[in-house]
Design a protein around this ligand. Structure first.
Ligand code: ASP
Length: 428
């Protein structure tokens, strides 16, 4: 059985068992709850996510040092960075604009009583979000070791990039270190392959927990909001990305999506593009054929700042809250939403549920009540899964497009039939 099949079975089985547990509603102190659900299964899921997170800092650092070291030779860092960041910004603003247009057609906030009911049963505590200026200053690591220890990804990315560039210019003194990092990169890729082999077990645990705790009744209260976001996410993933990919690279989007499946399943199960990063990076390099010097920069940067799915949610949520409170957003307010949702999604950490917190930034900017978030908090768990999958697809799409435009894409690898779960040879 292929790895994807095993993951899918684990997902279905986990959800089914979880749903049965929810239906059975065993008392809290029951053996099944204490030992299995809150014990082995909860622990198993958390260990899996932590194992993935364990890889992120060393992987990004090592891989990006290798990438930047070889980029430094060609002098193409600026162009590559410009293209990548430009495409990330473009896709995110397209995503939020499209989502708002759809929301203005479906009017998700005009649901009346049922929405008010959703507000009555939940609360939202606004948190303060750092300003854009603070965010920019925070990209520079005062202490790179502290940045790594705290998992400050933008700081780690900047340091690795500068370190790799210095390495490329170090001449003879850099030779040993370059080959050391290249070897280390191979070892990290091996480690990812080992941890990916555990995905079916991890996904089973995460899905069982989800099935046992998810309340679907909440969706009924804000059904149009839910449907609008699912529609916008689907259009973005199944139309915008494939069109971009096809028109800018000529590559077959179906092959792209099929090769992304393991990364997408991990994104769905973990709701974290950060935790999915090792799988995304491995997929982009080994299955889509993007060379390390592009992938090592574009994928970690994308996982940290490129959140099209999150921006879609924020665009729809803003329209929804404005409509519910009967506040009319004029054209300039709508344009402000496009801008701030793009920035807010950049500032969203790649972990579960943060998109809802940075939504406060967008609401504040156009004077909408932040308490409105209480209306949608109940359905965010499921939407978070879906938008994370879109976030991850966006990172891989942009990495592939940039690699193709830079002549750094191995088309033979992209088009090759894959041996699903077999360990891939490590890249150089
Ligand atoms: N969970 C999302 C991610 O990791 C972020 C969010 O929208 O909350 O990509």
């Amino acid at each position: 059985m292929s790895l994807t099949q095993r993951i899918l079975i684990a997902m279905g089985l986990g959800l089914a068992i979880g749903a049965v547990l929810q239906w059975a509603a065993l008392p809290e102190g029951h053996f099944v709850n204490t030992f299995l659900l809150h014990g082995v299964i909860d622990g198993g899921g958390r260990i899996f996510v932590t194992l993935l997170k364990m890889l992120v800092v060393p992987l990004v650092f090592v891989s990006l040092v290798c990438g930047a070291a070889s980029l430094g030779d060609t002098g193409s860092v600026g162009r590559l960075g410009g293209k990548t960041i430009g495409l990330y910004l473009l896709t995110t603003s397209v995503a939020v604009s499209m989502a708002m247009l759809i929301a203005l057609t479906t009017d998700p906030g005009l649901g009346g009583d049922s929405i008010a009911d959703a507000a009555a049963t939940s609360t939202f505590e606004p948190k303060t979000v750092p300003s854009v200026k603070e965010t920019l200053i925070n990209i520079v690591p005062g202490n790179p070791i502290a940045a790594m220890a705290d998992g400050q990804m933008l700081q780690v990315i900047l340091f690795a990039l500068l370190f790799g560039l210095a390495l490329s210019k170090a001449g003879a003194s850099g030779v040993t270190l370059r080959s050391f990092f290249a070897d280390l990169n191979d070892v990290m890729m091996r480690l990812i392959t080992m941890i990916i082999a555990l995905t079916p077990i991890g996904v089973f645990c995460l899905m069982t927990k989800l099935g046992a705790t998810l309340g679907l009744a909440e969706i009924g209260k804000v059904v149009m909001y839910f449907v609008t976001i699912v529609l916008a996410l689907s259009l973005h993933a199944a139309l915008v990305y494939p069109l971009l990919l096809k028109s800018l690279t000529g590559l077959n989007p179906l092959i792209f999506l099929s090769k992304m499946r393991e990364a997408l399943l991990v994104a769905l199960s973990t709701s974290s593009s950060g935790a999915t990063l090792p799988v995304t990076l491995r997929t982009v390099e080994h299955k889509l054929g993007v060379q390390n010097n592009v992938a090592s920069f574009a994928v970690p940067l994308g996982a940290t700042v490129n959140m099209d799915g999150t921006a879609i949610m924020q665009g729809v949520a803003t329209i929804f809250i404005a409509q519910f409170y009967g506040i009319d957003l004029g054209l300039s307010a709508l344009l402000t939403v496009v801008l701030t949702a793009t920035l807010a999604s950049i500032g969203t950490a790649a972990v579960p549920g943060v998109g809802l917190i940075t939504l406060t930034l967008v609401l504040d900017q156009v004077g909408l009540p932040v308490e409105g978030i209480a209306l949608i908090i109940g359905v965010d768990r499921l939407l978070d899964m879906l938008r994370t999958a879109v976030n991850v697809t966006g990172d891989a799409t942009v990495a592939t497009i940039v690699a193709s435009s830079e002549g750094q894409l191995d088309q033979a690898v992209f088009n090759a039939k894959e041996a699903d779960s077999a360990p891939q040879p490590a890249s150089s």
